[in-house]
Design a protein around this ligand. Structure first.
Ligand SMILES: Nc1ncnc2c1ncn2[C@@H]1O[C@H](COP(=O)(O)OP(=O)(O)OP(=O)(O)O)[C@@H](O)[C@H]1O
Length: 579
């Protein structure tokens, strides 16, 4: 078992020492071995070219860039950014990462300055600096550690991939511009700048891996389950669907990560067709485990979640299915090792569950964590061939959906919180605890897993225009302000949203139904209640939860278009009513 000190040594101290040695080595190579030899000799020409092309405007620009990356500005901006990061992420990880990156790069810089002596360029310098101590460029290194660190933290808050990259590039342009400014002003050689960029990039990578990664050196506030000093050694149950996680190597990896975190060997339990999760989870709770880790798809997660509801025993997920909707919506890592690290080091979050009334009196109440549906979605999941799901993943659902696009629409009556009946002709009705689907599609844009509410979408596109409109709405993630009262016109709209604590859906004929992607057989009713905050889920701590990279990969785009029904007027009005 690695102690915290051991992990600190391995994850931070050793990589930083290696970085310092590499930067010093490069410096000695440049100053002792390659001095006067091409390509290092070519640096003089470049520096003189910059000197020959100086102008008042560039002097001023380079002066500002130098000031932005000077020690005073870097210290002030680091403190301010760290305070803002703490406020924004409500976690010590974000400020620790930023301060750590700046400090680590400073350490490498100081060591390199001690061991490598290099004169500044042989040109007229615009700054009043001593003629030695050129290697590496302190301004460039500090600028990259600070502004690159800010870019990493902020990009975790930016939703779109393009937006994230625009922001990253903008932040990274600062250190590049600072490096050019230092050469322009005659303060640094190009290789001083290159060495600074390398050392700051290494400092960022080391601190990112040690502090922000789910496998960080330090656990989060979920540490109540780690060694607490009272002799309690935490123990987890691993509830595994053997058809989803069958590799002995994976199981060995999980055992190893748990052991390294100081946990007792887990209790391994397998689901079966007869008991797809609830029974083994109840066994685990009866055994007194501190945590139940589910390795399976949404169906297995749903079974375990129902059994854990109200027990206070947290649920962690090692996503192993096709949809992994709960993981996707909660920002849980998909990678097995990351997911297990979150299980042992994450924090606990209480979320709601949806509960479905039994079809017959006295029947079993079933739960879902993500969504329950009746109509097209249920037909789609029921028909998606397992072999295709295994081969291509979720696009198998899209293939199966195309077979049902021409199905007759259902006559549906909805009742929200025992309110008046709302009648519609719809293709599907979904009741959700969370709202995101694949490829960033938002079926229920207002859904929050812990708001004590259910979100409902009635999906009723009519003809090609209706499908196009509905598709744009889902892909565009918008939920418009919608009129309150249902009226004749609203009945033609492709998507309508409602929210409530109790949702009753009744159809004229038996229709396919599903819970979290598991078909539950056809029926004419789906009555759903919310059970607020009954499930405790282990989620990534603080900023880690917001790292886009640590999340499930988004699914690709949009449902296919659909040919118009005969005689169908174009349903082009923008949607829907909500409560
Ligand atoms: N030991 C087992 N052998 C065969 N099937 C099993 C076993 N244990 C569970 N199952 C079946 O696995 C299914 C649940 O799978 P799981 O929830 O893990 O994935 P999933 O819901 O199929 O996920 P996805 O559809 O996203 O791939 C249930 O149909 C259940 O009957």
């Amino acid at each position: 078992m690695l102690t915290e000190a051991g992990r600190f040594l391995r994850r931070i101290a050793l990589p930083l020492v290696a970085t310092a040695l590499a930067v010093i080595g490069l410096g000695l190579l440049v100053t002792r071995v390659l001095d006067g030899v091409w390509p290092i000799s070519g640096e003089d020409d470049l520096e003189r070219t910059f000197e020959a092309h100086r102008s008042g405007g560039w002097d001023a620009v380079s002066d500002v860039l130098s000031a932005l990356s000077g020690w005073g500005a870097v210290t002030a901006v680091t403190i301010a950014a760290a305070a803002l990061a703490f406020a924004a992420y409500r976690s010590w990880r974000a400020p620790l990462f930023l301060v750590g990156a700046v400090a680590a790069q400073t350490l490498v810089f100081v060591l390199a300055r001690i061991f490598v002596e290099r004169d500044r360029p042989d040109v007229v310098r615009l700054d009043d600096l001593p003629g030695h101590g050129s290697y590496p460029s302190g301004n460039t290194g500090a600028a990259l550690a600070l502004y690159g660190g800010i870019a990493i933290l902020l990009s975790a808050r930016i939703g779109g991939r393009v937006g994230r990259w625009v922001w990253r590039v903008l932040c990274l342009l600062v250190p590049v511009a600072v490096g050019l400014a230092r050469v322009y002003r005659g303060d640094s050689h190009p290789t001083d700048v290159i060495a600074a960029i390398a050392s700051a990039a290494a400092a960022l990578a080391v601190m990112n891996s040690a502090v922000l990664s789910p496998r960080s050196v330090w656990g989060g506030p979920g540490g109540n389950l780690r060694h607490t000093g009272d002799g309690h050694v935490p123990r987890a149950a691993l509830v595994v669907n053997p058809i989803k996680l069958d590799s002995a190597d994976d199981r060995a990896r999980i055992d190893k990560i748990m052991a390294e975190a100081g946990w007792a060997p887990p209790l391994w339990l397998e689901t079966t067709v007869e008991d797809p999760g609830a029974g083994v989870t109840r066994t685990a709770v009866a055994e007194g485990v501190d945590l139940v880790v589910v390795a399976g798809g949404d169906g297995t997660v749903r079974e375990c979640a129902g059994a854990l509801a109200g027990t206070g025993v947290p649920l962690a997920v090692v996503p192993s299915g096709t949809g992994n909707l709960l993981a996707r919506n909660l920002g849980l890592p998909i990678d097995l090792a990351d997911a297990v690290h979150v299980a042992v080091h994450g924090r606990d979050r209480a979320i709601d569950l949806g509960a479905i009334d039994p079809d017959e009196p006295g029947g079993e109440i079933r739960h879902f964590t993500a969504m329950a549906g009746i109509g097209l979605d249920a037909a789609m999941v029921a028909d998606a061939p397992d072999a295709l799901k295994k081969k291509v993943g979720w696009p198998a659902y899209a293939v199966s959906a195309t077979r049902h696009l021409r199905d007759a629409r259902m006559r549906v009556t909805l009742r929200i919180d025992d309110g008046p009946p709302i009648t519609r002709r719809a293709r599907m009705v979904l009741v959700g605890n969370v709202g995101a689907l694949q490829a960033g599609m938002q079926l229920l844009p207002g859904a929050e897993p812990d708001d004590g509410m259910l979100d409902v979408v009635v999906f009723a596109p009519y003809g090609m225009t209706g499908w196009a409109h509905a598709t744009l709405r889902v892909v565009g993630r918008r939920r418009r302000d919608e009129p309150q009262a249902p009226d004749r016109q609203l009945r033609r709209r492709p998507i309508e949203h409602f929210t409530g604590r109790k949702v009753e859906v009744e159809t004229a004929r038996p229709e396919p139904r599903e819970l979290d992607g598991d078909p539950i057989g056809p029926g004419t009713r789906l009555t759903v209640h919310v059970r607020p905050g009954v499930l405790t889920v282990r989620v990534p701590d603080g900023v880690v939860a917001l790292r886009p990279e640590s999340r499930a990969e988004p699914f690709p785009a949009a449902p296919p278009e659909f040919a118009p029904e005969p005689g169908n007027p174009a349903a082009s009005t923008s949607a829907p009513a909500a409560t």
